[in-house]
Design a protein around this ligand. Structure first.
Ligand SMILES: *Cc1c(COP(=O)(O)O)cnc(C)c1O
Length: 397
């Protein structure tokens, strides 16, 4: 057996590789430079062009571009409506922003557990958490794989709830031939550099209902309208506008929009390379008894944003931290997605306690996100596989 780098052996590779990374080419750069030389750095035509492109790509009648994925969630929750004390059910296995969006609108996040095989929110657990105060559900397409939308839709219909899909991981995925972005009442995207396509910072919401779209458009720009049809005191004075509700400045700039338009041209390319790498990982790891892979839904076609391995700690002589460190010494840097949201001290201060979602907590102890991004070379993929074999075989019981 080869000596692990952490024990003084030679690392699998000499340069570090991280769990995610953006891909920017000359077309992206040219696209941004063109905007820098144009008349509009913000509030210009690139935003509308971007929204048209998103609508087309995800098959949705309405799209709103915003500053980031967190604003997208906040805007979606505002658009669909939430009053103080309303409850919204969501997953703890997500970035804190998903639940924070509920708090921003004075709602109460209620955490339902995840499925042990897909790691997505469990419909069965949701049913147990519904109360007369429940107003909606925010599902997350963890790693890019769509949640169980058939089950979620029937729950929403039965209890008259709205459904937000946090698709920060899932642009390019589909569920039963429906594109992610056309499934829920509102779908939110993030374009942070670790996500599948990027604008540096950026986000968007898609929806199919015009009044909700109008509310979200107002919310993005302070609640201000220049549309006479929406005004309380209509006036055609050229300087006149009205603030109708309390919104924010959640705008994306044209510089960012130009980058994202160019990135979206490569979405199919990125998706197929991501799928290819994920397939190689699955084939390589399927027979290892030291890890378990996320179950793939038959009815979904996923563009994987993350590749998560679940360590079978009972078959290992090492902790997850020791495995993480051993892989890092081989120059393979993993990450962990996610710390259950209610573990955070802020949520503790609101009265949330541990133990409420045992499956999510169990997974949190065992998962590692291994490198996955389209720029990985075949050699990079091979190095990751080699390092995982090297480390897990060394620590196998
Ligand atoms: C990245 C992410 C967000 C937040 O997006 P930002 O653009 O970083 O604000 C929300 N939810 C999930 C699941 C994410 O991965």
């Amino acid at each position: 057996m080869e000596k692990l780098a952490i024990l003084g052996g030679t690392p699998v590779r000499n340069t570090p590789i991280y769990y995610g990374r953006q891909m920017i080419d000359q077309k992206d750069i040219d696209s941004v430079v063109e905007i820098l030389k144009s008349d509009f750095l913000t509030c210009g035509p690139a935003i509308q062009a971007l929204e048209e492109k998103i609508k087309h790509i995800v098959d949705s009648p309405y799209a709103v571009a915003v500053s980031n994925g967190t604003d997208a969630l906040h805007t979606a929750v505002f658009g669909l409506g939430l009053s103080e004390g309303d409850e919204v059910i969501t997953t703890p296995l997500t970035f804190a922003a998903t639940a924070n969006a509920i708090l921003y609108q004075d709602g109460i996040p209620v955490f339902a557990d995840v499925c042990a095989d897909t790691y997505n929110i469990s419909a069965e657990s949701i049913r147990k958490k519904i109360t007369p105060q429940t107003k909606g559900i925010i599902a997350v397409d963890y790693t890019g794989q769509p949640a169980d939308y058939n089950a979620l839709h029937s729950i929403c219909e039965e209890f008259n709830l709205w459904l937000v899909e946090d698709a920060a991981h899932a642009i390019g995925s589909s569920y039963e031939d429906k594109k992610v972005g056309s499934i829920a009442d509102a779908t939110t995207f993030s374009f942070h550099p670790v996500k599948t396509v990027t604008s540096g910072e950026g986000g968007a919401i898609t929806c199919r209902d015009e009044p909700i779209y109008e509310r979200m458009m107002l919310f993005r720009t302070h609640g201000i309208t220049r549309n006479m049809k929406q005004m309380k005191h209509p006036s055609d004075d050229p300087w006149y506008y009205e603030q109708l509700l309390l919104g924010y400045n959640d705008r994306l700039s044209d510089i960012q929009a130009a980058l994202l338009i160019s990135q979206l041209d490569k979405l199919d390319l990125f998706s197929s390379r991501r799928r290819e790498i994920a397939t190689q990982y699955r084939q390589a790891f399927q027979n290892l008894n030291t890890l378990t892979l996320q179950t793939e839904l038959i009815m979904a076609k996923t563009t994987p944003h993350l590749f998560v391995i679940q360590l079978n700690l009972e078959n290992l002589r090492a902790t997850r931290r020791e495995i993480y460190d051993a892989l890092a010494a081989e120059n393979i840097y993993c990450n962990v997605h996610y710390i259950p949201v209610y573990y955070h001290p802020y949520y503790e201060s609101l009265g949330y306690t541990r133990g409420q979602c045992p499956t999510a907590e169990y997974l949190y102890e065992r998962v590692l996100s291994i490198p996955l991004y389209p720029m990985m070379t075949d050699q990079d993929v091979e190095d990751v596989i080699t390092a995982i074999y090297k480390v897990l075989c060394y620590y196998r019981k």
